[in-house]
Write a new protein. Structure first.
Length: 124
């Protein structure tokens, strides 16, 4: 058993000596400063392409669904509880995909849900 552990350790060290310099050519993760810090920034990064303009696919789908009874642009809505936003983002709805925690973190999702919630008094 000790011989197998020794051989495995030796192989691992050999691999690390050759692989790690090759990995150095890849850029590191983005700095923390580039992570969105407000709900509006998170919305801008993940949601706005589909939900910020009347011609966005998400806005068009909501226009068809609600026949103009409520605004199709999410930032204009006044009836989006944060719990509903959180559920839809994590589970998807219709043709909107779900977003994993590795895409939108729980912290970012809480920011965007609070941003869209009616009690936040969104300023544009």
């Amino acid at each position: 058993m000790a011989r197998i552990q020794f051989l495995f350790s030796t192989a691992l060290i050999g691999w690390a000596a050759t692989a790690l310099p090759a990995l150095a050519q890849y850029p590191s993760a983005p700095a923390a400063a580039s992570v969105p810090s407000t709900g509006k920034q998170v919305f801008g990064k993940w949601c706005s392409d589909c939900h910020s303009t009347a011609g966005g696919p998400g806005s068009l789908a909501l226009q068809r669904k609600y026949h103009g009874d409520v605004p199709a642009i999410l930032e204009q809505r006044t009836n989006l509880p944060s719990e509903y936003v959180t559920y839809v983002v994590r589970h998807g709805v219709s043709f909107m995909p779900s977003f994993r925690k590795t895409e939108i973190s729980n912290e970012e999702l809480a920011l965007v849900a609070a941003y869209l919630a009616p009690s936040q008094g969104k300023a544009h």
